[in-house]
Design a protein around this ligand. Structure first.
Ligand code: GP9
Ligand code: MN
Length: 617
């Protein structure tokens, strides 16, 4: 024992060991305050080594005034930690080196520093008080750090730090705060420097099977061909109508005694209506919805997916349908270069692409020809395509109900209360009412030409129209009047999903959770066709549980599961959980972190697939 103490004492009392111990305590305090990190083991392995490595370098290389070097290093570190803590308290997200650089220029935090401080913050400077007497003691005794011990410690911490940094590079950077919590603050900065400098995102080599993904959503995987609805629409023609800005709350709703969507409401009698499906687009709006529909892969998020794809052929809905004997066409009455569709459509592999070059420039509203021109054009193409193909897939992307939703007077079919006049929501309802009618006219055409009974039709919304700055207090009042509750995130994010076609469905409404990522697998399932690549979504007719990620419109690592909408902490707001049944705030449960982790894993798998078709290697 005595021998042991004799051996260990010098190491314990070695100046480097002592200052590293103080540093460890400071790093623990930092992690606890910023990340609510409770695992000392995780801190010791992930966060501490790189800071310890830096401090060891000071001891090794600042030979003359070593203690001054240590003191200065620790002072800078205390200031940095406090800056990160204040930033996090203010913005509810961890700052990057980039944000901290900008901080001194901004007045946003400066004025509120007083409000951000907490009584225990001074403890982050406490170690400095200890360093002074320690330095005095060792100087007086003329004890110097052994270069050998310090070198060994530097090598040890440097190696651990290097390994954890390399591991961090293999994780996708979905949410900066989450990433820093899991992989370490300095590691997260290294990854950000790299991605910002080279525009590269490195996703890890996750490899989740469809079974694994289903499990993470809370389901037992069942092969597609064993689902009840498998193949009920076999060999039917397919019409997928993606409706601009169509939100779920307008379906089956009346305003001033009139239905907002009379044609879709009538269609529901012949349909299965999914009334709990969430939009999942990122920065690419309409084009991201097209991507989700045709790949069942999450969009990139912060960039429109069309900007990151490299043009390589993607295993897609059109390609799978082609292999099964379909001729495939897409229709959108806008310029093809908008959202890089000249790159998107070949990547998805459509046989025919019709844009504003082909669709006549008549009755222009907003961006281009009105939806009736679009549908009329699409209907006229059908006989041409039937000359070449026995089965056809038509993908029609409407445009008229696009913000700012201003409709010519003669196309405003709703008689609205005066208070709705010239309001954003009033205009929105008018444009939706117009497009609803054009969908109805198109479906009637399908009936007239005898195609309806032999077709599978999917109608869904691409994303919300009612959100953001144009929504004024007056609009909020109108929405309250219309919905009987204040407009909430559920109202904003749910898009209607209607599967229809003659003799297939009997008007049921299915309310289990879905996302736009589920549209393609659900459609293929009805057709009894299997895709040749992994889809991240699943058949909504079969699976009852779900777990959806959302990014861009919600902060990274937000999720929606069967009972909860979790909004991850954003730059301005702390995390919020909503009970999906009541949309009242609820508190975190043990399941919350599990769902965050699982949703991220699913998105990681999705990003891994996207990576093979993107210019982000
Ligand atoms: C642009 C049109 C509208 O071509 O699809 O796009 P959005 O602004 O909704 O993304
Ligand atoms: Mn759109």
């Amino acid at each position: 024992m005595k021998l042991f103490i004799k051996k260990v004492k010098p190491i314990l009392l070695h100046p480097t060991t002592l200052i590293l111990t103080l540093l460890f305590l400071k790093v623990i305090a930092f992690r606890v305050v910023v990340f609510h990190n409770k695992s000392v083991f995780h801190i010791a392995l992930i966060e501490f080594p790189l800071w310890a490595f830096l401090l060891s370098l000071i001891v090794l290389f600042v030979k003359k005034r070593t203690w001054t070097g240590i003191f200065v290093f620790n002072t800078i570190l205390s200031v940095l930690f406090i800056a990160i803590i204040y930033y996090t308290r203010y913005f509810s997200t961890i700052p990057s080196y980039y944000d901290l650089q900008q901080l001194y220029q901004s007045n946003s935090v400066g004025g509120t520093v007083g409000l951000l401080s907490k009584p225990y913050d001074f403890l982050f400077f406490l170690d400095l008080l200890f360093i002074l007497p320690i330095a005095y003691y060792y100087n007086a005794k003329k004890i110097k750090s052994s270069a050998k011990v310090t070198r060994q410690l530097a090598i040890l911490f440097g190696s651990i730090g290097l390994i954890t940094t390399l591991l961090a590079f293999r994780q996708p950077l979905i949410d900066v705060s989450y990433f820093a919590k899991e992989n370490g603050y300095l590691q997260s900065q290294a990854v950000q420097v790299f991605t910002r400098s080279f525009g590269i995102a490195l996703a890890s080599d996750v490899n989740l099977s469809e079974q694994d993904v289903e499990k993470l959503k809370g389901n037992d995987y069942v092969p597609a061909n064993e689902h009840n609805s498998y193949g009920i629409a076999k060999d039917r023609h397919v019409f997928v109508i993606q409706v601009e800005s169509l939100q779920g709350f307008v379906i089956n709703r009346k305003v001033n005694g009139q239905e907002i969507t009379p044609y879709l409401n009538a269609l529901l009698k012949d349909s299965t209506y999914f009334d709990n499906v969430y939009q999942q687009i990122g920065a690419g709006n309409t084009s991201d919805a097209e991507w989700l529909m045709h790949t069942s892969i999450y969009p990139e998020g912060m960039d429109p997916t069309v900007n990151v794809i490299n043009g390589k052929p993607v295993p897609s809905l059109p390609r799978t349908l082609q292999r099964n004997g379909y001729g495939t066409a897409t229709y959108h009455a806008d310029d093809i270069t908008y959202w890089n569709r000249e790159k998107l459509y070949p990547a998805l592999g459509f046989d025919y692409v019709y844009t504003n070059k082909e669709i006549p420039a008549e009755q222009e509203i907003g961006f281009g020809p009105a939806d009736e021109v679009l549908f009329d054009f699409a209907a006229k193409q059908l006989p041409i395509q039937f000359k070449k193909h026995e089965k056809i897939y038509s993908n029609i992307i409407t445009l008229t109900s696009h913000t700012p939703f201003e409709m010519p007077e003669d196309l405003q079919y709703l008689v609205l209360p005066d208070s709705y006049d010239n309001t954003y929501v009033g205009n929105y309802l008018q444009s939706v009412r117009y497009t609803d009618e054009q969908i109805g006219v198109f479906i009637d055409t399908l009936k007239e030409v005898g195609l309806y009974d032999n077709s599978l039709i999917l109608v869904y919304g691409d994303h919300s129209g009612v959100h953001g700055a144009p929504v004024t207090k007056d609009d909020e009042a109108i929405l309250l009047d219309l919905l009987d509750h204040p407009y909430n995130l559920q109202d904003r994010f749910i898009v209607p999903v209607i599967f229809s076609g003659g003799g297939l469905f009997s008007g049921e409404t299915i309310s289990h959770l879905g996302g736009q990522i589920d549209l393609m697998p659900t459609l293929l399932n009805l057709l009894g066709i299997e895709h040749d690549a992994q889809m991240i979504g699943h058949d909504l007719f079969h699976y009852e549980n779900n777990l959806l990620g959302m990014r861009y419109h919600l902060p990274g690592s937000s999720f929606i599961n069967d009972d909860t909408l979790y909004v991850a902490p954003s730059a301005k707001l702390p995390a919020i959980l909503y009970n999906l049944e009541t949309m009242k705030e609820k508190s975190r449960t043990n399941k919350t972190q599990q769902s965050i982790d699982n949703a991220l894993k699913i998105m990681q798998q999705s990003d891994q697939i996207l990576k093979s078709y993107s210019n982000r290697k």
